[in-house]
Design a protein around this ligand. Structure first.
Ligand SMILES: Nc1ncnc2c1ncn2[C@@H]1O[C@H](COP(=O)(O)OP(=O)(O)O)[C@@H](O)[C@H]1O
Ligand SMILES: [Mg+2]
Length: 212
């Protein structure tokens, strides 16, 4: 019998193996959901699996509509806040329901989850995140602002660089969220900037997308 195989460790094979992981989680969630008490947690697990599949590209990507992207991101971050017992965040949407974004929904979900997650992680009491969209010349300006403590001024100028973080993470994977945001925005020829709100506290992230 042939004993040498071509190595085929492609993205497709990773999807295959992770689908097995997802199946175990989904089946466990199914078992949990039989008990009324655990039903909400089972639903959270199923949504996490769906998000994992979207991230991996294991289910077809869709044309991004800002409202749908924000709904997915809000759900993910709310699930995180509930599961980790973080203070709840109220999301305020100030944009038209039919606003389309360029490219892939998966990319934009990553952008907004990373921005919301940072605010969710830093809030020590219930807070607010506002998402707004407006036209600025021939560009679309998307802003995400929160009412947390703001970005520490010593890291503000380099906050989009990889490995810049105020969090201690045992896996050594801190400081990539905003770098991912900047990379995705750049892929769509846009620019992203960070600032602190004045005089009120809180961070503001602005994404400028030309020709959108
Ligand atoms: N909304 C925010 N409010 C305050 N600080 C923030 C906010 N978003 C990001 N930061 C700061 O920027 C740093 C880098 O964020 P990020 O690139 O997502 O990496 P990580 O979350 O792993 O630290 C954070 O550690 C935090 O200090
Ligand atoms: Mg982060």
């Amino acid at each position: 019998m042939e004993d040498s195989f071509d190595s085929d460790l492609t993205h497709e094979t990773l999807i295959h193996d992770l689908n097995n992981v997802f199946e175990t989680i989904t089946e466990s969630a199914e078992l949990l959901s039989a008990d009324r008490h655990w039903k909400p947690l089972a639903a959270t697990l199923c949504r996490c699996v769906e998000r994992g599949k979207r991230l991996l590209g294991a289910i077809p990507d869709s044309t991004p509509n800002l409202a749908d992207v924000i709904d997915h991101a809000v759900q993910s971050v709310t699930d995180y806040s509930v599961a980790t017992r973080k203070p709840r965040i109220r999301f305020v949407r100030q944009f038209p329901a039919d606003l389309r974004l360029p490219g892939s929904a998966k990319d934009w979900e990553r952008v907004f989850v990373n921005l919301f997650m940072n605010a969710a992680q830093i809030m020590s009491k219930p807070g607010r995140i506002e998402i707004a969209a407006e036209r600025v010349g021939d560009s679309l300006a998307l802003t995400v602002s929160d009412n947390g403590p703001g970005i520490p001024v010593d890291i503000l100028p380099r906050v989009f660089r990889p490995n810049v973080s105020t969090k201690a993470n045992r896996s050594g994977r801190s400081g990539l969220g905003l770098h991912i945001v900047a990379s995705i925005v750049k892929k769509y020829s846009g620019r992203v900037s960070a600032a602190n709100r004045e005089p009120a506290a809180g961070a503001v992230f602005t994404i400028l997308l030309p020709g959108t």
